[in-house]
Design a protein around this ligand. Structure first.
Ligand SMILES: NC(=O)C1=CN([C@@H]2O[C@H](COP(=O)(O)OP(=O)(O)OC[C@H]3O[C@@H](n4cnc5c(N)ncnc54)[C@H](O)[C@@H]3O)[C@@H](O)[C@H]2O)C=CC1
Ligand SMILES: NCC(=O)COP(=O)(O)O
Length: 345
């Protein structure tokens, strides 16, 4: 592989007081057949490496324009696109003054991928609360990156053989029913179907759609969203050839024998879909943003403030997120290659 063809990943280190810097230092500890650049404050990474007693030599990268020329990652070294924090970081202590720093790292990562200087973003966890407290409305990476890329991202979490996608993400539960509209469901299902075919290379993917209400509304006796909204959307998309099951009762949807039949589950809200998946795969799951013009994966856990700097943070999920990013980069490159070959024939 030439330098030009090795995958180029950027990792955003996330909330500086949490375990994101620990994970960034941990993933840098082995030789890797791809390029890895961490976007973070270099001093935060160096201090965290010292706390963890891990070797780390920072190689500073001046700008995203330099990314295409970097060699594959070498153990104990790390390329860093330095973004300074505003206030000194104390592990485990959130500081509202550093919220803007976290968003700057994400903006740079998007700029790198949008201009094809990098192939994918892997995000370490951010703290939604502290960013919101700083006065910047923020409900999650998915929504923020979606806005930055002017797209309609769909959140998918994958782990333990399951893929779970969500119709709504970080929304108060009381606002969920009003957000279950035909337009939203149709748009999300089209994106999920498209990305399963293209990014995951699944022919005719089977998507199991959950109902909103207990027992998927029990024929209208326990709520009407299934009859009035979900079923008409599924009928329309089935008529176009999509392989959709449901709406199915969410409480039995995850039974192991049934799970084998679906390529993906489409849940109506965050805590309908994610607890089962995280129960089965926490620490090894991956969060993937579908529907964006760039590839972004992430860990399945949060900032775990209490573990920052202790050496107790399990890097399993960030490793899985990196592996998934590499798979998606490979599949995307193959798709482009095939498209080019077809256009030449
Ligand atoms: N991708 C992201 O940016 C995500 C960010 N968050 C944010 O993180 C913050 C804290 O959220 P919580 O609900 O407390 O979830 P959390 O995942 O930070 O912590 C839940 C439990 O899991 C443990 N844990 C988490 N990651 C671990 C790891 N790598 N190794 C070992 N143990 C680990 C923690 O110590 C804690 O006991 C919130 O602001 C939330 O919004 C949550 C999920 C994802
Ligand atoms: N539960 C998943 C989560 O909160 C991560 O969200 P995002 O920051 O990736 O949008």
């Amino acid at each position: 592989m030439t330098i030009a063809s090795i995958p180029r990943l950027v990792v955003t280190a996330g909330e500086p007081a949490g375990i994101g810097p620990d994970l960034s230092v941990q993933v840098a500890q082995q030789d890797l057949p791809y390029q890895l650049t961490v976007i973070a404050d270099r001093n935060v990474l160096e201090q965290r490496a010292e706390k963890l007693r891990l070797p780390l030599q920072v190689l500073e990268v001046d700008s995203i324009d330099d990314l295409p020329c970097l060699p594959p990652h070498k153990a104990g070294f790390v390329h860093v696109l330095h973004v300074p924090v505003k206030n000194p970081v104390v592990t485990s202590q959130l500081d509202v003054g550093n919220a803007a720093y976290v968003l700057t790292t994400l903006q740079l990562a998007v700029a790198a991928c949008s201009t094809r200087k990098a192939d994918a973003i892997v995000t370490a966890p951010v703290h939604k609360g502290i960013i919101s407290e700083s006065g910047i409305p923020f409900s999650g990476h998915t929504e923020y990156l979606s806005e930055l890329t002017n797209s309609h991202a769909v959140m998918m979490l994958a782990g333990a053989g399951m893929r779970v996608t969500l119709a709504t993400t970080h929304l108060p539960l009381k606002d969920v029913p009003a957000a279950i509209t035909p337009e939203r469901l149709e748009q999300k299902l089209r994106i999920i179907h498209h990305d399963l075919v293209t990014r995951f290379v699944i022919k005719n993917p089977c998507i199991a759609v959950a109902g909103l209400n207990p027992h998927a509304g029990e024929s209208g006796h326990l709520g009407r969203e299934e009859i009035d909204i979900i079923i008409p959307v599924l009928t329309k998309l089935r008529n176009e050839g999509m392989n959709l099951l449901g709406p199915l009762p969410a409480d039995t949807l995850f039974n192991p024998p049934k799970l084998k039949k679906y390529d993906c589950i489409f849940a109506m809200y965050h805590d309908q879909g994610l607890p089962t998946l995280k129960h089965a795969s926490f620490g090894h799951g991956v969060n993937i943003s579908l529907g964006m013009p760039i590839i972004r994966t992430s860990v399945d856990h949060g900032t775990a403030l209490e573990l920052a700097g202790t050496g107790q943070a399990d890097p399993g999920s960030i490793h899985a997120a990196i592996e998934m990013a590499l798979t998606l980069v490979r599949n995307t490159r193959n798709n482009s290659l095939q498209a080019n070959q077809q256009s030449e024939n």
